[in-house]
Design a protein around this ligand. Sequence first.
Ligand code: 5AD
Ligand code: SF4
Length: 604
Amino acid sequence: MHPLQCVLQVQRSLGWGPLASVSWLSLRMCRAHSSLSSTMCPSPERQEDGARKDFSSRLAAGPTFQHFLKSASAPQEKLSSEVEDPPPYLMMDELLGRQRKVYLETYGCQMNVNDTEIAWSILQKSGYLRTSNLQEADVILLVTCSIREKAEQTIWNRLHQLKALKTRRPRSRVPLRIGILGCMAERLKEEILNREKMVDILAGPDAYRDLPRLLAVAESGQQAANVLLSLDETYADVMPVQTSASATSAFVSIMRGCDNMCSYCIVPFTRGRERSRPIASILEEVKKLSEQGLKEVTLLGQNVNSFRDNSEVQFNSAVPTNLSRGFTTNYKTKQGGLRFAHLLDQVSRVDPEMRIRFTSPHPKDFPDEVLQLIHERDNICKQIHLPAQSGSSRVLEAMRRGYSREAYVELVHHIRESIPGVSLSSDFIAGFCGETEEDHVQTVSLLREVQYNMGFLFAYSMRQKTRAYHRLKDDVPEEVKLRRLEELITIFREEATKANQTSVGCTQLVLVEGAGLKLLGSSDSPASASQLSKRSATDLCGRNDGNLKVIFPDAEMEDVNNPGLRVRAQPGDYVLVKITSASSQTLRGHVLCRTTLRDSSAYC
Ligand code: 5AD
Ligand code: SF4
């Protein structure tokens, strides 16, 4: 075992607290691979041995100070088409993928799906190939989540399975490399390398540009990590490779990180400080997606509506920030920059046939200009995610959410007045530190009062580093957390069913995504039974403006723009559907006609 070589890298700007203004980047030697072979021809591992020795001596010479200065330059200055210059201890061709196959597996939220596309875009440019077959992979990368303990446990379990794959790998193949990307790499850092020796690389959420280098180091049999957080990395110039099968909709990342420091949340520690992508590059991506025929874009970020593009100097005057009434921030008020309302306005003008959604917002950043715009623009969906987390003002204060129950409820009323028919969803945490039965009852009553259309409910999971970990006691027993969670789920479902049933009898605009449930019915003709039933009994599914799934039988219909023409709905079509039934998660109906977003106005 060679000694640990660790280089401390000082980030350009010193930020606050444990978000690591000083972070680390380490290259470390791992166990030597056995290279014994009984044949005259050197095994791939033996061939690599020479290269590894050569690499070790180059590494011993070490990266220079100049190299670190260079690698700390602003990422947005680099062109996406450029493959990075190699550091002094690597040759240019060692940075290239040389047709090695990468298998990417994503865990957690939509941000991670987007990160997977960014990571893949970077690796593709370096000459890697992608595979969806695990057995074929030369590199396996897990894009991980740390938000709750359970999410991390899933990854540890997966790593145990992958370990078997690595040890069983025939010597005739290049050694399998395994990497942990994203939040878990950032949170646990070298603990992962120590605990699971078969992990070769770690890359935090701001280090994906470094993947070719990390993999090149791993090729030489060493572990490599970059968990440096950045103040300005937005991957603005990296065009994510969209891999969704339906290709009717896409996610566009507009900002990264979070400054809110809610007391329970690990995100500010794993994803770093809030920073926004310049508007020009967002618009460019949305235009490209529109040209590709996509019909829906979801603007993505940890706090989308806190968006603030400071890249254009002329907009950096000291204009104060309007917050939602009764809401405060945990940080010093920010000023200037182009805000979310401006971005939303610009994005919604790109293509009037393209639906615009956004997730996940913070309730504090809904000034009237944002609500007004959502109301006015036909193609901005009337759907707002409004994470409440708790219905008790006492718990909200302990969570450091910056609002009381009353302010939240007032905002809900204000939103409903400003955007009639708006669909609301929320996140809730059951069993936060110090939550009493009375607090829980308050949350239940908020669910009843607001009657959300969709909800995401979680049992509290204590995370190290957070304020709650340091200052509060995780004192609600696990079984009580789960019982409260169950109660919240039951009540949420009852209320969502009621809310969704108000759509029955209405005609709604649905963006078709593809096949719905396949109902395998019986047939008189045994020979063709399965084919017939598969084809004729297929339902289609799509989403209404509120993002609720709508299922309807695949039937011929009229095309409003081509009278007399009978058509069947295809993915990416807008159709009008008469709603006939509703549950807590789905609407059902029958299709009336094919139309366009502009031609349809709110029906009900
Ligand atoms: N435990 C449980 N749920 C959490 N969330 C964030 N941190 C935790 C935690 N420690 C939930 C919040 C947030 C959603 C993305 O995950 O509800 O809005
Ligand atoms: Fe976490 Fe709060 Fe930031 Fe959301 S707003 S990511 S819950 S710290």
